[in-house]
Design a protein around this ligand. Structure first.
Ligand code: ADP
Ligand code: MG
Length: 698
């Protein structure tokens, strides 16, 4: 149960004065709470992105055009509209000149009271010059000199949604801030002192009522403090999960090494050093009494599947079952086809478990897993949602899963209370960012690629040379090669100048005939799988596709990758796409078609792609090239779920939070000390309730 001290944060926004049933809809849209009524905390975590600086106090004659100005003026005559639709004007003066205050759809009575002729007023707003005359349309503030203190020197600017004005939001925010309780400090005092961080409350109040623009800078102490709070809550939740999973007794697995060696020897290649090292780390985990909780990070084509296969062999020959989960049915099938025949030779039985199978087949698979006659289940995540029960599940391998949340991690325990967990990811996220999602796991990295690969010859080509590209493609097909052709969108209507896949498919078909296939995200999975199969084994030589082919698909004899509008893709995505070729012995090419002219950053990005095939390096460069402005501007982080932290810019804070969390859990595992109790509040505040429940006295 959430402590009552936090109630002020979790009240409905409608509890605040001025938020009725109508305005709350606007807040739902703004704060993205869907049908749910937003809570006060949702609003408080909606931070300003910029400031309006009202500190400039020019005189009328020298006030610059288009800037915010605050002026002290004497009110002169009022001029009612001369015709319908014309504005109401009030003229005002200082020693240097005359300023027109302009109001549309004015209420004259109100304006006569606000701007009484002959009196002094302070007005603040955007001043503009037209035809040599200055004017201010709808001043933001008009106050009498004695009320000057009520005029904010600096005003926060928030992202808004249609129908919601900054003024409305400001009022609601003020009401929310007024009810903020003082909470006990959950951060280490010496850390706060060292970083010059304010308290949680001071930080929130400070960001919503800045007194100068620097208060809202991306490195302002208040911002970093709140970011650190959010990051620490995440790391603490992961540390609690880690402790829970570790504490549940694992098995000290013992397997006949010579059988595993035989299986290893049956692979058509020798393992790379990186693969061998990862397997040593994995074997140590399996032999140890604790449960394995390991992330295997390896670039596309680094050979993660072989590592999974040997890991499965170790666990299965030790007498337990294993499950391999893929993100799509297509990939599950691909794994099944690669693994099952090989294991069959060693008397290990595999079962494919996907939703689209006939019911009878699924039922049979379920029976086999429950009885223990099936050793390995290969399927999608659906396998863990429905009622598949295992006789003795010892290992779960999760492939290519970008987000493997707290929920899924805990659900695993139900299927196999002592099962070991191996998560594989090809997303080459920079080191610090790995911690935000996988901070509870140990990490093995495949830093080297299998030998004998020829590097992919990557080139950038302006789109207007597309006919040359098509011509070269035709020649390559005639030589028996296969190609992917990637387009960004399905429907022309989304963004007018992007070629749609269907359109591109039609044009290439004109040229190359029936050997051109098409797959996109809006097709039925079964149809898509059928086309993919024809591309892999049959008559289709050119596959026009959206990014659905991004993850894991393996067609070793495809040698050409054409990416249209490459400038619109993220680097990580381009890298994943390029990883689809260069898998065989033949030399592969990747053509990045871009629409000229392109900006410096876009150019820089494409040249990183041209010069490197190292996914980790590309990820780091991507982060660097995107820069602070772009990251803060777009928030296209690929790391959803953060309100206050910007993990891409705060690697150092992430690492600190990670260490802090592990230390806390080591010294105060049940969070019962004074700081521990305060940290429970932090967990609730960021809605890590699930993690708090893992505590004995949760
Ligand atoms: P990923 O890490 O992207 O999942 P895969 O496991 O699909 O990579 O491996 C990519 C390709 O490399 C496969 O065709 C696989 O058979 C091959 N491969 C894996 N390990 C080795 C190795 N040690 N030597 C040679 N080829 C290998
Ligand atoms: Mg793979």
């Amino acid at each position: 149960m959430r402590p009552t001290e936090l109630n002020p944060f979790f009240r409905d926004l409608t509890d605040l004065a001025g938020v009725g049933t109508k305005t709350v809809r606007l807040y739902q849209r703004l704060l993205g709470t869907g049908q749910d009524t937003p809570r006060v905390v949702d609003l408080l975590f909606h931070l300003p992105v910029d400031v309006l600086d009202r500190r400039a106090r020019p005189e009328i004659a020298t006030a610059p055009h288009g800037a915010i100005a605050t002026l002290s003026v004497r009110v002169g005559r009022h001029e009612a509209p001369k015709r319908r639709g014309a504005p109401y004007r009030v003229f005002a003066h200082d020693e240097t000149g005359e300023l027109a205050l302009v109001f549309f759809r004015a209420q004259p009575d109100f304006l006569r009271r606000l701007l009484t002729e002959g009196e002094t007023r302070i007005v603040s707003g955007k001043l503009e010059w037209y035809g040599g005359r200055p004017q201010m349309v709808h001043p933001d503030h008009v106050v009498a000199p004695e009320d000057e203190a009520s005029l904010p020197a600096v005003e926060p600017i928030y992202p808004l949604s249609e129908g919601l004005t900054g003024r409305m939001l400001g009022k609601t925010m003020a009401a929310a801030l007024a009810s903020l309780p003082d909470l006990p400090e959950w951060q280490d005092p010496s850390w706060l002192a060292r970083r010059g961080f304010p308290s949680f409350r001071e930080a929130l109040v400070g960001l919503h009522t800045p007194s100068e623009p620097a208060d809202l800078a991306s490195d302002a102490p208040a911002r970093l403090r709140l970011a650190y709070d959010e990051l620490l809550s995440g790391q603490l939740a992961l540390a609690l999960i880690r402790r829970r999973i570790r504490k549940q007794a694992g098995k000290e697995r013992v397997w006949p090494q010579e059988r595993v060696d035989e299986i290893r020897a049956a692979l058509p290649f020798a393992l790379t050093n990186a693969q061998t090292e990862a397997l040593t780390e994995i074997a140590d985990d399996l032999k140890a009494p604790h449960r394995m909780l390991r992330l295997l990070q390896g670039d596309v084509g680094s050979g993660k599947t072989a590592v999974a296969l040997i890991t499965i062999a170790m666990v299965v020959t030790s007498g337990a079952q294993a499950a391999l989960m893929a993100p799509t049915a297509l990939l599950a099938r691909q794994h099944f086809e690669a693994i099952a025949p090989m294991f069959a030779r060693f008397g290990i039985s595999c079962r494919l478990m996907i939703g689209s199978q006939p019911a009878a087949e699924r039922a049979e698979g379920r029976r086999g897993l429950a009885e223990g006659s099936v050793d390995v289940a290969i399927g999608t995540h659906a396998m863990f949602q429905d009622d598949v029960a295992f006789h003795n599940l010892g290992l779960v391998v999760v492939d290519e899963q970008h987000r493997f949340g707290v929920h899924q991690r805990l659900a695993l325990s139900d299927k196999g209370p002592s099962s070991d967990v191996l998560v594989m990811t090809a997303t080459p996220i920079p080191r610090t960012l790995v911690l935000t999602t996988f901070g509870d796991m140990d990490v093995s990295r495949l830093t080297e690629k299998p030998p004998g690969r020829t590097p992919v010859d990557t080139r950038t080509v302006p789109l207007d040379r597309i006919d040359d590209v098509a011509e070269r493609l035709e020649a390559a097909i005639a030589r028996g090669e296969k190609a992917y052709w990637i387009c960004p969108l399905v429907e022309e209507s989304d963004v007018v100048d992007l070629t749609s896949v269907t359109d591109r498919h039609a044009r290439l078909t004109e040229r190359l005939g029936d050997s051109v296939g098409l797959v996109h995200g809006k097709m039925k999975p079964a149809d898509r799988d059928a086309v993919m199969a024809r591309f892999r084994d049959g008559d289709i030589k050119v596959l026009v596709a959206t990014t659905v082919v991004e993850v894991g698909v393996d067609v070793p004899d495809a040698t050409i990758m054409v990416i249209e509008h490459a400038e619109r893709f993220g680097l990580a995505q381009l890298h994943q796409l390029r990883g689809r070729v260069g898998r065989g012995k033949r030399r592969s090419v990747c053509l990045l078609l871009y629409k000229a002219p392109i900006g410096e950053t876009a150019k820089g990005r494409l040249s990183v792609m041209r010069d490197s095939e190292d996914g980790f390096l590309i990820a780091e460069e991507d982060l660097r090239l995107r820069g602070e402005g772009e990251i803060l501007g777009t928030r296209q982080s690929g790391l959803p779920g953060f309100h206050l932290a910007v993990p891409e810019l705060q690697g150092e804070l992430i690492a600190a939070a990670h260490d802090d969390a592990r230390l806390v859990i080591e010294t105060d595992p049940e969070l019962t000390s004074a700081r521990g109790k305060a940290l429970r509040l932090l967990l609730y505040l960021f809605e890590r309730d699930e993690a708090v429940r893992l505590l004995r006295a949760g």
